[in-house]
Design a protein around this ligand. Sequence first.
Ligand code: IPM
Ligand code: MG
Length: 366
Amino acid sequence: MIMSKSVLILPGDGIGPEVMAQVRRLLDRIGGFSLSEGLVGGAAYDVHGTPLADDTMAQALKADAVLLGAVGGPKWDSLPFADKPERGLLRLRKDMELFANLRPALVFDALAGASTLKTDLVRGLDLMIVRELTGGVYFGEPRGIEDLPNGERRGINTQVYTTSEIVRVARVAFELARKRDSRVCSVEKANVMESGVLWREEITKLREADYTDVALSHMYADNCAMQLVRAPKQFDVIVTDNLFGDLLSDCAAMLTGSLGMLPSASLGAEDANGSRKALYEPVHGSAPDIAGQDKANPMACILSASMMLRYSFDMAAEADLIDAACQDVLNAGIRTGDIVESGMTPVGTVAMGDAVLAAMDKRSGG
Ligand code: IPM
Ligand code: MG
């Protein structure tokens, strides 16, 4: 277990700083962390001319965990590709080697009615998407836009996976499944892509070698998208590549009623001491349309901090307390605009933070 608990906080753009402010209050309340703060995304570009300064990257590599808010916004949309806010996040993932992205989609009882799907379909839903995060078409070479002799242009990206890249993320999925319902569904397009054929073969081999106690099924990505909105409760753990994981996790997120509720963890390999590099961030984006208006839902960011306590700091009791407090707040009908139901008055970001803190105090007898 890590003793120092140094956390680098990167609030980023849009609603990032507002939701992160609520997380800071909560971490201060729990205590024992050494928190530092840095810039990422458009906020970093405005100050340093780059979406992630080398110094911030170095700090991230040294920290026990990184907490990120969100990046991006219309202000930076027309920047050259290499300067875009998203590149800051992608560099963090790549340089920290965070190959396993855990995106749980959990429907809180109180929110089952807030989903756009029928309540029966989503009540009790608890699935985990494990998305490969440092490979595939996001990083594959060759890439670029080139001029052709005939005056046309050609855009190129490459989908590429090696055995070791597939096996290490699949291991994370199998291990997680063992702590859940012991079912993994591996998702690719082996019907049209060689990288998908390899993906399927390697995962099948790995299961036969080390995880025969876990049930493994395979599904094409397009079918998976359909199954997620048809019968989402059939899934336990889904493991998939970077691009399919990006799409399917947005889809799964919406089953829960709002992107404003979903946390994520991005993990690297375990080192000799059993600790891993890790970055925690809400699945939602920077939501520039509501930024700075005290409207954003801080729960996804709060639940990301809870994942940090659980996965990086072995603080299951404190993580359980946060999760339960969020549950209490929802049960009490305290909602931000994104999850409000008829007859309820929406509250702001700060009030939501107040409510979670109060619920924690109440539960811990304070
Ligand atoms: C995500 C986001 C990112 C991605 C963007 C912001 C680069 O959509 O984390 O899902 O595509 O991975
Ligand atoms: Mg995405």
